[in-house]
Design a protein around this ligand. Structure first.
Ligand code: C5P
Length: 319
């Protein structure tokens, strides 16, 4: 069994948005083939792991994030991540995991996947395990979890778990309208299937125009090529999102779309000043919505605090 290396590790992992979410017809395993472009944005889940007598997970969230929707039992994705890593390496030492959630729950922003990605990296450091082969375990936990490790801007193929970084020369500014009442990802995919019943669904592809817009670094160019094949299904389940998208357009966004399976709506600004203006215009204007802002791309899961067994911390301080 590897030697434990640390007595507390803190890792933060970002939310994801999909700049393009191309969805194909449902596969035999129940998943859908995807051709997506992910971007990691500066909304974070911060995860702390410490050795403990029993496996445990606790959670707090920022105001407006529905913490009561997070399961704290064995189905919690962060707990599953820690136990999976332990099982694969024959580790029998439990950890207590604390989630500090800054990413809305069931919002189409991969908040649970960020928790899982952060937990994998944190436990690998705690237990002195290699950190360069976590992608396979991440893919077992969920389609979006591998991207949570990598971050930046990247394409996602397969069911979203096959990640390749993309050149993104921009800094893009987003306004997000989030809702406490989330949407279930499987329900949105099921609605996609119902809407395409009897229709030929083409194989999804990553648009060349999107790859070029990212390389150009221009948010204006990017605004012209965003797309989400799940948007129609999310709007069908939550028709009020149509008014939200209209509000963003009328407030002057370069573009607006549903994030992943929703219900979060994303609005692209020209630059930081425009982002502030847009957020001000949208604040209070949409019933039940919370306005958040974030830039992207940002890095994937990152260690932000590590206390070694002798009490030494990452920044050299000794407790
Ligand atoms: O992979 P993940 O656990 O995040 O997926 C959650 C659910 O979303 C799946 O059970 C499936 O219903 C749906 N899904 C899908 N096709 C994908 C990814 C997710 O149908 N590519």
């Amino acid at each position: 069994m590897p030697e434990p290396r640390a007595r507390e590790v803190v890792v933060r992992a970002p939310a994801k948005i999909n700049l393009h979410l191309g969805v194909g017809g449902v596969r035999e395993d129940g998943f859908h083939p995807l051709a997506t472009v992910y971007q990691a944005i500066a909304l974070f889940s911060t995860v702390t792991v410490v050795p403990a007598d029993q496996w445990a997970v606790t959670c707090r969230a920022e105001p407006g994030i529905a913490v009561d929707q997070v399961p704290l039992g064995p189905t919690n994705l962060a707990l599953r991540a820690a136990r999976l890593l332990a099982e694969r390496h024959g580790i029998e030492k439990p950890v207590a995991i604390h989630l500090d959630k800054g990413i809305p729950v069931a919002g189409g922003l991969a908040g649970g996947s960020a928790d899982a990605a952060a937990t994998l990296l944190a436990c690998a450091h705690l237990w002195g395990l290699p950190t360069d082969d976590l992608a396979g375990l991440a893919a077992e936990l969920g389609s979006d979890v591998p991207f949570g490790l990598v971050g930046g801007t990247a394409s996602g193929l397969g069911r979203g778990e096959v990640i390749a970084p993309l050149v993104d020369n921009g800094e893009h500014h987003w306004v997000l309208l989030t809702f406490e009442d989330g949407l279930s990802t499987p329900a949105v995919y099921a609605e996609f299937d119902a809407l395409h019943d009897g229709l030929e669904v083409p194989e999804p592809v990553i648009p060349d125009a999107l790859v070029s817009a990212l390389a150009s670094g221009s948010s204006t160019a990017l605004g012209g090529v965003l797309g989400n094949d799940l948007q129609e299904a999310a709007l069908s389940l939550r028709p009020a999102l149509d008014d939200v998208l209209r509000a963003g357009r009328e407030a002057g966004a370069l573009a607006g779309l549903v994030s992943g399976s929703g219900p979060t709506c994303l609005f692209l600004a020209r630059d930081m000043a425009h982002r502030v203006e847009l957020a001000d215009r949208l604040a209070g204007g949409v019933a039940g919505a919370k306005v958040l802002t974030a830039h992207g791309p940002v890095p994937g899961a990152t260690v932000v605090g590590l206390t070694l067994l002798d009490g030494t911390t990452t920044d050299g301080r000794v407790e």
